[in-house]
Design a binder for this molecule. Structure first.
Ligand SMILES: *Cc1c(COP(=O)(O)O)cnc(C)c1O
Length: 360
């Protein structure tokens, strides 16, 4: 039996994908071997990785002058790879800091060069995305980095911020990748750890514009240069073949269920169920500012910590997992990624109503 999974990451995966994976782990395509047992240089896997890329291109209408790369090391490794490759000496990289993950990205970039905080939501304790009018860019930044969805604080950029002409926008989209249409042409580089919306942990999808691929000095470690992944189609060494296979299946599932626009509609409707309930509740309260609310991670509090603990414990008993907020902020968080069915959100709202009645 499967329960309602609100985990922040790794998170819930689509059931049809898991069912197909069960079969393909045993024997894929009648080959007499499971997906994990195939050579990464064989025809079967070559097709799998090429199709995963093709699906990503089709879903997000990725222009031809962008590469789609599969890289290990998580989004956290991209915090370093981005400045290692793009932050040339004498230049400054600008960071829009809207939460814990942007702070981490900034901290890592500082190891490799000069950075500038062009915007920070620290004053509101990251409960909102500050007005883009407050952004103060440095003179000719080499790139601007932002986190599109703040997984821990439950806030999300509604649209890309304005950037100075010709400056590439670099985005950590780990927790909202392919949850809505994305205009790739507005970005220089997009990266997303797969374990929230795209597949299992252990793989990152990077979409990078051709002119940025070659910027990194060739003196940096081979496995940390974007050009190596671009030139060798993410097959310089043995990649996590199972993870890439799974990303491919998740992308198929997104396409079969209507693509990114349909996904965005479903995600908006799911989030609305929760936020509408929170807005009228006199017991629970959402923590993100109304205009900054994430459609992926809905953070909320109850009147006391004791009640919050009781809520999470009772939810577990009723087959709802992963509702405890991040340890750094407390409270509750419902992560309602692409693969989280509407029925799970309905079950959660019903339980919240009942809990409120019983404890008000
Ligand atoms: C989860 C997450 C990360 C960290 O991903 P890892 O794969 O664990 O390195 C980074 N950024 C955001 C926005 C995330 O949600």
């Amino acid at each position: 039996m499967r329960i309602h999974n609100f985990n922040a990451g790794p998170g819930v995966l689509p059931e049809p994908v898991l069912q197909q994976a069960q079969r393909d782990i045993w024997d894929i395509g009648g080959s007499g071997m499971g997906i994990m047992e195939h050579s990464h240089r064989g025809k079967l896997f070559e097709k799998i990785i090429a199709e995963a890329e093709a699906s990503a291109r089709e879903l997000a209408r990725i222009p031809d002058n962008y590469r789609v790369l599969f890289i290990q090391g998580g989004a956290t490794q991209q915090f370093a790879m981005v400045p290692m490759n793009l932050l040339s000496p004498g230049r400054t990289a600008d960071y829009l800091v809207t939460g814990a993950w942007s702070e981490k990205a900034l901290k890592e970039a500082k190891k490799f060069g000069t950075t500038h905080v062009a915007l920070t939501g620290e004053a509101s304790n990251y409960s909102e995305i500050p007005d883009p009018g407050q952004i103060r860019y440095s003179d000719q930044p080499v790139y601007v980095h932002l986190t599109t969805n703040n997984t821990i604080f439950g806030t999300q950029w509604r649209a890309e911020p304005p950037v100075p002409a010709g400056v590439p926008l670099v985005a950590d989209t780990s927790s909202d990748m392919f949850s809505r249409p994305i205009d790739v042409s507005k970005y220089g580089l997009i990266y997303a750890g797969a374990q929230k919306n795209l597949g299992p942990s252990g793989i990152v999808m990077v979409i990078v514009r051709d002119d940025l691929v070659e910027l990194g000095p060739s003196s940096i470690a081979t496995m940390l240069q974007y050009r190596v992944y671009a030139k060798e189609k993410s097959l310089h060494n043995t990649p996590p073949t199972l993870a890439i296979y799974l990303v491919g299946r998740v992308l198929d599932w997104i396409r079969e269920t209507g693509g990114l626009a349909a996904m965005a509609e479903r995600n908006e409707a799911k989030a609305r169920l929760l936020y509408d309930f929170l807005d009228q509740s006199s017991f629970f309260r959402g923590t993100a500012a109304a205009g900054s609310r994430s459609l992926m991670n809905v953070c909320f509090r109850a009147p006391t910590e004791a009640l919050e603990n009781a809520f999470c414990a009772e939810a577990e008993k009723r087959g709802m997992a992963g509702l405890k907020g991040h340890r750094s902020v407390g409270g509750m968080r419902a992560s309602i990624y692409n693969a989280c069915p509407r029925t799970s959100v309905e079950a959660l709202v019903a339980f919240m109503k009942e809990f409120e009645r019983a404890n008000r």
